[in-house]
Ligand binder design. Structure first.
Ligand code: ADP
Ligand code: ASP
Ligand code: MG
Length: 517
């Protein structure tokens, strides 16, 4: 493993760089997600988009792993830990084949293909050794886990760069371990923007100035000790805005497999429609509360800037998509969209008489922060004298345990039953710029859900005042989303003005027949 980390250039050694003036051509960062680079034919669409963009300005490309690859790599690591090296090998072989087929499709020049195949084989051989080490130790350190998970981007970036060269463009791949400096919070690392800026000036700016398109691995960074880190699942979106902020780019475009940000996940709510413009805050809240289209931290690096972030469809590149701006649309649109966190957990704490309400709030927030648990909602139900904490289901166990420990410490052995976890809930969040009439919105949503016998277990408003969340049982979340989407008059729906009856479009009608009129 030392060999491997040795190969990673220490990003913080790039301090020699001097900030350089921004060139006259506009600089755009284009990020392509897993489906966009999922096979050779898709990568050719990507090549066309990059060709168009680079004719108009300077371009930095950020790529995800080919679709499905990161899941396979993570699974290979797990199988190796479980001693099932043959399963791990089979998964790595599938990854190998996916890249072989794409390279055959894209790289007709034998030398170029041989060069790519040898890079790919080297990386997969490394990965095999890391898996063998995991089997020997029956464990995976967080650092080794990140190394394994990062491989997909390290395999796709050189492939996309080679495809650009094969199509007559100047391009080179560059690993983000040379560019994105982070802390050592493996699995969900945070960027050090000052160090990142210096590395980008030293490593990326000269490439851009020389007319070469850098193709950067999304998802990964480097900690101060030189070890590779990852930014969290779906983190390539975040990589794109980190680089854009560091380089003071004019624009970021996140190219994905849908036509922008919709009023709800278009794969769950077929009558959802694209939202033309959203504010940074609205998009952040949507992502934070589960809309997979953006990594939750994507807008953080640009919050203090005016860099617009576009979401567009690689497979329908003439469609305009969604523009995310600092202020959002001039005309306030009220409710913009709904997002869903399907797998969530509701943790209920009973207050002991000794503790005041503010003390318990403080204890909850502090305990969660100590274990890096992101709280989706925290509220106090005065009637029942209980606190509700909502987290992603994956964090339920560790958060509940940490709360139990803290309570026991403070109260000299609290009753085990004072922290109860229900991990069968989902969170439905309504997002809109200044949801001023929150009471009205809650009332309408609650009435509509109540009329379908859907019980709302808890509600809460985010401090941004851009979102309002409802907790429902997981078995109700599909119907609850459709009903709320309809009630708040989102998406493509037909209104009968005389009776004020609302009919969902045909696709939705098929999904929930009771909405048919
Ligand atoms: P990529 O691989 O390009 O990063 P993702 O799969 O991470 O793409 O994100 C795109 C997916 O996000 C869409 O296919 C869609 O199902 C999902 N999604 C969830 N909520 C929304 C929303 N409000 N608008 C658009 N897409 C959404
Ligand atoms: N490949 C990584 C993942 O699947 C990062 C990304 O696609 O954005 O999570
Ligand atoms: Mg994504």
């Amino acid at each position: 493993m030392n060999n491997t980390t040795d190969k990673i250039l220490h990003a913080r050694d790039c301090r020699c760089a001097v900030a350089q003036s921004v060139g006259t051509r506009p600089l755009r960062v284009l990020k392509f997600g897993g489906t966009s680079v999922g096979d050779g034919a898709s990568i050719l669409q990507v090549v066309d988009i990059i060709r168009g963009a680079s004719a108009e300005g300077d371009t930095v490309v950020v790529v995800s792993a080919m679709s499905g690859v990161t899941n396979k790599l993570i699974e290979a690591g797990k199988q190796a830990v479980a001693g099932e090296m043959w399963r791990a090998s089979r998964l790595l072989q599938e990854v190998r084949t996916q890249h072989n087929i794409a390279s055959l499709y894209l790289l007709t020049d034998e030398d170029a293909r041989r060069r790519y195949l040898s890079t790919k084989d080297g990386l997969l051989d490394d990965c095999r050794r890391w898996c063998e080490e995991a089997t020997r130790q029956a464990a995976l350190s967080p650092a080794l886990q990140d190394l394994i998970a990062s491989l997909g981007e390290r395999l796709s970036a050189p492939l996309v760069a080679a495809a650009l060269v094969a199509n007559g463009m100047r391009a080179t791949s560059i690993e983000a371990t040379h560019l994105v400096a982070t802390d050592n919070h493996y699995g969900s690392a945070n960027p050090d923007m000052d160090a990142t800026r210096e590395c980008c000036e030293a490593q990326l700016r000269p490439l851009i100035k020389s007319g070469t398109i850098p193709v950067v691995t999304g998802f990964i960074g480097v900690a101060a000790d030189g070890s590779l880190t990852t930014l969290g699942r779906g983190g390539s979106d975040y990589s794109a805005t980190i680089l854009a902020a560091a380089l003071q780019a004019q624009e970021v475009t996140i190219w994905t497999d849908v036509d922008g940000i919709f009023t709800a996940d278009p794969h769950e709510v077929p009558c959802a429609t694209t939202i033309p413009e959203l504010s940074y805050q609205e998009a952040s809240d949507l992502a934070y509360f589960g809309a997979r289209v953006l990594h939750p931290k994507t807008l953080r690096p640009v919050f203090e800037t005016n860099i617009p972030v576009w979401i567009r469809n690689t497979f329908a590149s003439s469609n305009v998509g969604t523009k995310i701006t600092k202020r959002g649309p001039v005309i306030d649109g009220g409710v913009s969209a709904l997002s869903v966190m399907r797998d969530a957990a509701l943790i209920t704490l009973t207050r002991s008489r000794e503790a005041s309400v503010p003390d318990v709030f403080e204890m909850i927030l502090g305990t969660a922060a100590n274990i890096y648990s992101e709280l989706l909602m925290v509220s106090y139900l005065s009637l029942r004298d209980k606190f509700c904490v909502v987290v992603a289901a994956g964090a339920a166990h560790s958060t509940a345990e940490a709360l139990r420990r803290e309570l026991a410490k403070r109260l000299n052995g609290a009753d085990e039953n004072s922290v109860v976890v229900d991990d069968s809930v989902s969170v439905l969040t309504v997002v809109g710029q200044s949801l001023v009439d929150v009471k009205g919105i809650v009332k309408r949503a609650l009435n509509a859900l109540g009329s379908e016998n859907i019980n709302v277990l808890a509600t809460g408003q985010a401090s941004s005042e851009c979102s309002l969340s409802l907790v429902v049982s997981r078995r109700d979340i599909g119907t609850a989303t459709l009903i709320t989407h309809r009630e708040l008059k989102r998406g493509h729906q037909i209104y009968d003005s005389s009776t004020d009856l609302l009919h969902q479009n045909l696709d939705t009608t098929l999904r929930i027949p009771e909405f048919n009129s």
